[in-house]
Design a protein around this ligand. Sequence first.
Ligand code: NOJ
Length: 454
Amino acid sequence: MIQHQSDSGIGFKASAFGPDFHWGVAISAAQNEGAILSDGRSVSIWDVFARRSGVIKRGVTPAQACDFYHRYKDDILLVKALGFNSFRFSISWSRILPDGSGKVNVQGIRFYDDVINECLLNGLIPFITLYHWDLPQVLQQQGGWVSPLINKWFRHFTKICAKAFGDRVKHWLVLNEPVGFTSLGYMMGKHAPGKQNLSFFLRAVHHAAIAQAEGGRILRKYVDGARIGTTFSCSEVIPATLNKNDLTAAARIDLLLNRLLVEPLLGKGFPEDDKGLMDKMNRENLSWKYTDRMQFDMDFIGLQNYFPVVIKHNSFIPIVQASEVSAKSRQVPYTAMGWEVNPSSFQNIIKRFWKYGAIKELMITENGAAYNDKFIGGKINDADRINYFQTHLQALNQCMKDGVRISGYFAWTLMDNFEWAEGHEARFGLVYVDFKTQLRTIKDSGYWWREFLR
Ligand code: NOJ
């Protein structure tokens, strides 16, 4: 229940989370930068994938996005104006290494130097995500995440970024949602590079598990005083009923959504307790074996949560034999993406990760909601989004009171951007973007944040 006890509308202010708490917004290169061929950058898998007909709503591509490449100074000022103290952005691999693995593009380095310096100038702590889904297309042509060479390529890229930016950037995230980009990109075909192949997916998972740990080791070696993390998408999985088939289906989806990539990182190996699933994987004759290359002692884990899922048994769905019961059909509140709004599930999934015991600290590196914002009279009244943030912050605060160590919260996202397969249809920003003019307008939720953080 929301109690109206202070200006923030939730009974407490940001200071309740402690003086050193990271309050930030997160963005990513492919979703915001645009300028895909400027200053020596080569194309990424998203630039190429988006040109296929029918894969992105209304045929939008990331070619312009929010033009952050040219407008970063003003956008960073916005982050500051809204009262945040931290800013999370990702590095476009194709800007730094247009050949994917060879020579460094000095102009690419210079761009991120400028972004970092601008953050520091404005008192914002920069958080770098190394990989937020935009692999250089040249590397995809050699297999991308399916090729074992990806680990060598990624080590090279990581080392270059660590050496170039590590003098000023101390907060690092290795991968963004590895379950997301491996499953949507290599098995479901909904995201770049658009593959639909179980064996590709499993190989990509294997290589991502190695990459996240190796990335951590390289950052540790080259960045003095680094605080190193990596991010995981997560969703509480709720069985539709208590009958055995639904419970089995829910456990399987839970394994895939929540456990698959964090457990090897924590030194527990890939989860092997779902026999049916394991048999299928083994039949693919893949090396599904854990090696200590996949373990790394992260300083913190970044959790990204938006919604829970309700799962029922469905024998028609290959491999997982499970399907989702939509929020709409259950008559619960949901966002413009059809995602259930459920702050208790946010609390439950955070506590679940904390229970591993091996995680030192958590940060919420993404949380937010898309709504069909209406631009009326120069204003955007997005009360639903404000309510989403308020109730999720209350849940987060409760987790901390219950003993979970949480050191940051990043709202997704600064401004409406290129939302992958949704194109410009899903607006998650605290700032409204008119994609024709690139005009930015702070939404009511942005003003709410400014008040909350004041
Ligand atoms: C997670 C991804 O990291 C981000 O890129 C995406 O825009 C949000 N989820 C919302 O879908």
